[in-house]
Structures are given as structure tokens and as C-alpha cells.
Design a protein around this ligand. Sequence first.
Ligand code: GLU
Length: 476
Amino acid sequence: MSTPNEPSFRESVDMMFNRAVALMDLPPGLEEKIRVCNATYTVRFGVRLRGQMQTFTGYRSVHSEHMEPVKGGIRYAISVNQDEVEALAALMTYKCSLVEAPFGGSKGGLCIDPREYDEHELELITRRFAYELIKRDMINPAQNVPAPDMGTGEREMAWIADQYKRMNTTDINSSACVTGKPTNAGGIQGRTEATGRGVQYALREFFRDREGVKKAGMTGTLNGKTVIVQGLGNVGYHAAKFLSEEDGCKITGIIERDGALTDPNGLDVEAVRHWIANHDGVSGYPDGFYVKDGSTVLEEACDILLPAALEGVINLGNADRIKAPLIIEAANGPVTAGADNILREKGTVIIPDMYANAGGVTVSYFEWVKNLSHIRFGRMQRRQEEARHQLVVDELTRLSDHLGDAWSMTPDFKEKYLRGAGELELVRSGLDDTMRAAYQSMAAVWHGRDDVDDLRTAAYLVAIEKVAASYRAKGL
Ligand code: GLU
């Protein structure tokens, strides 16, 4: 639990921002202009459900319009409030800037527990919320493009897109009004896995940075590292799955709402996910050890702590007991500003949220571009690429026929080389490139400046500098 001295989420973001701008030389006034949220729209609307009118409260906050459209998810949670939505919108500005997605920052939220409503009810609520935002241009392909976040997914995005189409029947770019749609409704392959995939690519790039690994007091590669994951939702599940299946990591702890599971030999992510889906929690899972007070597992020894659930889970109350040398913030704001100070003192390396979970908005950017260009990535090149590769393979075959068996190609090579990239491969390649480039821009500041001793400050410096440059270019 957080202590009374704990700043709110928005204050935490402001404090981290302030730490970074103190190291910059921004013109007077610009600092304030960048920090503040431009606007927050609060809507209260009624929906007739189960024979009576129910009133819901929703928000859409726009943090910075230095680039348009502004971008950011819509979350459904009972804890949603204005402070949180504004903090998340600010993080979106910095996140987009850092990964060079050409958007300003925005975020939306609806104060609702989605588990209390059936699908039809959720559709009515979502369409009504979308209607309220669309009629004020707070959902619009050129101005404000939402996406999934906690408690929402493809299904909600499809309803929002359809609602926009009904209200804008002649807008040829209507699909681009929201991202994270199902692939059969204008979505892009690889969007659902994108944030978790981005976490994996971020960790791979971190372990290529030998200086960074050394600063964390670690050695070696990702292979064999132990990981504790908090939250097996879309982000935590994909990150844990890819890290264990493709990088040789061991998932030694999974923390969920109703407790945690631990196993020093590694948990089977797919099996735990399946169990949660059928039993509404981890309790009763037959393998591993069950810990009722799940949050204590955050404090257990492991190489990598991967919080992928709520904000503020690592706070003044537990920061000094965190043992992991490396934390990757798959969630937004899991470490409060106070905890960040304590962990920095201890030498814990934190891969900050604005970078770590930027995979979602990066692939959202690809989806938006796909929608505006009205063509699937790879459609024009794929077969042509394959035909050119076939030429090389035919030539090599001719030569090896001549030179004998020792010179023949392995069937695996042929198969891999001949396959032209489809949409999923291109999306993953674009995401990997984005995550590598953004890491390198942060690491250059982290390792290159004596007055910067953490990745978060480095990330803010890089992100704010780009936002400031864009304001300067506009003459502001
Ligand atoms: N909700 C995600 C985030 O916090 C994705 C936003 C987007 O795709 O626009 O980054």
C-alpha cells in the first residue's frame, strides 16, 4: 500500500518531468507549456440498462497538440479519475515523441468495472461514450485517435470505429479514427501482441548494451534470467510468453488480483493464463506455490521485475525491499516518484514506462498509416521479393549441381530465404527497429552525460527535447 506522503500519479509524472527539465535549457514559459495538460473533457451520460437509467462518467484528456492527431488509449476501470487520465495523457506525449510516432498525447477513461456488464450492455455503453466523444471531434482520424488500454480491446475498438462510420458516412478515412481494431475490421496483424512484443525487444536491446547491463550489476544475456511478472493481462501475458518461449527466461513469479504463483523452476505461462481464464484468478492452480498476499512477491529475488498491471505498485511502502536489479515498466507509472528516488539510490536500473510499453502505440501508428493508405503492408512487394529470391536460389542450385552435394543448400535456408515478408513480419521488423533506435537514443544520454544517472531522466530529456523542437519550429 502507498504511504500518505506518496504523491498522486500526476504529481509523480510532473516530478519526473521537473527533474529532467532542470537539466535542460528551455526558454522561459515553454517548460510550463509542455508540462500542463491542454484540456480534459469530462462527460456524464446515461444508458438505459436492466430497466433503469444508469449514469457513467468518462474522460478524454489532451495533453499536447504539438502534433496532430493526438493519440492514446481508452481504459475501462472503476479507479479511473481525472488525475490518472491526465498523467497517462502526459506520458503518451513523451512516449510518442521518444519512439517518433508523429502524434501528440491523449488518454481516455471510463469509470466502470467492465466485468459487471454483459457484452450487449458494454456495446451500448461504449457506443454512447464514443458518440459523446465523436460529436466533439475527440475521436477523429485527423485529430484524436484512441486505442485499447486496460479493460478494453479489439471488440471495443470495433464498436467505436463502427459508431464513427455511422456518424461520418462520407469520410473515406473513417477506419483511421481508432487503432487496435480486429484485423477483419481494418486492424493490423501484430497489434494485440505489440506492447508485450515491445517489452521483449526492449529487454533484448538492453542486454546488447553492455554498459547498461554492467550498471545494473548484471552479466550475460537474457537467456536463463528469472522474471517476476505482475499482471497476466494482454501486456504481461505476451511479454512473459515471448520471454520464456523465445529468450530462455524463467518466469519464477506471476502476481494476479487474487494472489501470486511462484516456482523457482519457472511457471508455464500458457497454462497459468488458461487457468485464470477458467477460474477467475490464480488460486487453486495445481503447479507452483500459491501466495495469498501477492504483492509481497514483488519483493522476492529475481533478475527482472516486470510490473504489467496498475500504477503505483512500487511505492514508498515497499521500494527499499525490492531486490530485482532490473525493473521494466510494462505498465504505465508502476513506480512512484518517491520509490524511483529510493531505487535510483540503490542502483536498481529501471527501464521506464514511456519506452518499455511504447510497442502498443508504435504498432498503432502502423495501423493508422495502413488505414490512411488503404492497403495492407507488403501487398505490392511480397511476391516480387519472392521472385527475386527465387532467382538467387535457382542460380545457387545450378552451381551446386555442378559442384556436387557438399555445396548444396540446406532445405531450411531455401525455405526461409524464399519467404517474402507479410504484414506480420513487417510490423515486427518496424517495431524492433523502433525499440532499438529509441533505446539507443536514451542510452546515449544515460552513458554520455555525467549529470544523468538513470534511463528515465534520459528518456524524458530525449522526449522533451523533441517536443520543444516542434514548438520552436512553430515559432512558439
Ligand atoms: N494504451 C496504449 C498505451 O498506453 C496504446 C496507445 C495507442 O496505441 O494509441 O500506450
